[in-house]
Design a protein around this ligand. Structure first.
Ligand code: HCA
Ligand code: CU
Length: 322
């Protein structure tokens, strides 16, 4: 898979993590580090959420990052009006489409959702900004409803539609099928947002790309609502395994560790030692079970990732032969 973009949502989805309270300076540091790593997009909390989030959004837009800055809003004209004045490059709009959310969140039917979506999309486009339309809880939404609303917004000209596995219930085969089906009926780009409740978020993201998705949502260390979404490090590791040269070229891989440390500190967690790529034991090999440890002569025998590409070092641990 190639030609994908990462939309990092550490400063939006990540703000919903149990222990996340980012002040302005912390948000700026994280945004700069994400930009230096090379993610294509940074998604920020809705400026309609609070006066502080609106000001922080404006500050981050003024940094002049290479990454495009998006903000994430409900599908509502009040929020859209605030969003377009912040200086963002684009707006990620979301509305619940499953029967659960139609009933418990906004109480609106598909006809109403479609009408509001058109109004918001036309408005954001008229300001010359990028626009994505996403349906929350896509995997428990009626497929006919979903395809119909996506086709409508595709026709009026969104940059992307988004699929969200809000409760983390999807498996790779279901993700592949939904993205593939959608790919067949619309022409705009496809973004996907995957929660990790059952540990599927990286595999699901990979399958989405194979099926034709173009944009993947991540957060640093996977932080987010409940146990979070697709982790940036794990996704990049998995894409590297598939195409090392391409991924090395696209991202500043040796920065991953620093970026993760920054976010770990900000939310006061310790990344687990067995974390993908950056974990303290990710490149620790235990010698002693073979008379001549093969990892010493040719690391590739037991390594899919070359630690040096991520600025990490290999460690050979000797245990006495048993
Ligand atoms: C939310 C829910 C969301 C949205 C995802 C999206 C989800 O906090 O608004 O915009 O695609 O998981 O459904 O994060
Ligand atoms: Cu989410």
């Amino acid at each position: 898979v190639a030609n994908f973009s990462i939309i990092d949502s550490t400063l939006r989805e990540g703000e919903q993590f149990a222990n996340a309270f980012f002040d302005t300076q912390t948000k700026i540091r994280i945004a700069k580090a994400l930009d230096a790593f090379g993610v294509e997009y940074i998604e920020l909390t809705s400026p309609a959420a609070s006066e502080q989030s609106r000001r922080d959004c404006e500050e981050i837009c003024k940094l002049g990052l290479n990454a495009k800055v998006l903000t994430h809003i409900r599908c509502h004209m009040d929020d859209a009006r605030i969003a377009v004045d912040t200086g963002v490059d684009g707006v990620n709009v979301v509305i619940g489409t499953s029967s659960f959310l139609q009933e418990f969140s906004h109480g609106k039917d598909i006809a109403y959702i479609t009408k509001t979506a058109i109004e918001v999309i036309e408005f954001v486009k008229s300001k010359g900004l990028e626009i994505r339309f996403s349906s929350e809880d896509s995997f428990r939404s009626d497929l006919v409803d979903l395809l119909s609303i996506y086709q409508t917004v595709d026709r009026i000209g969104v940059n992307r539609v988004g699929i969200a596995d809000t409760i983390g219930c999807a498996n790779p085969r279901q993700v592949y099928e939904l993205v593939r089906t959608l790919r067949g009926v619309i022409s705009c780009d496809i973004e996907i947002h995957l929660h990790n409740d059952t540990g599927m978020a990286i595999a699901n993201a990979y399958c989405a790309l194979e099926a034709g998705a173009t944009h993947i949502d991540t957060t640093v260390l996977g932080i987010g609502e409940r146990n979070g979404i697709t982790p940036l490090g794990g996704l990049v590791g998995c894409l590297y395994a598939a195409n090392p040269e391409y991924v090395k070229d696209k991202y500043n891989l040796p920065m991953l560790r620093e970026l993760e440390d920054l976010v770990a500190q900000a939310v006061e967690v310790k990344a687990p030692p067995m974390n993908y790529i950056t974990g303290s034991c990710a490149f620790t090999h235990t010698a002693g079970f073979y008379p001549h440890p093969p990892t010493l002569s040719n690391p590739a025998i037991f390594e899919v990732v070359n630690p040096e590409d991520f600025g990490m070092t290999r460690r050979i641990r000797s245990v006495p032969a048993v």
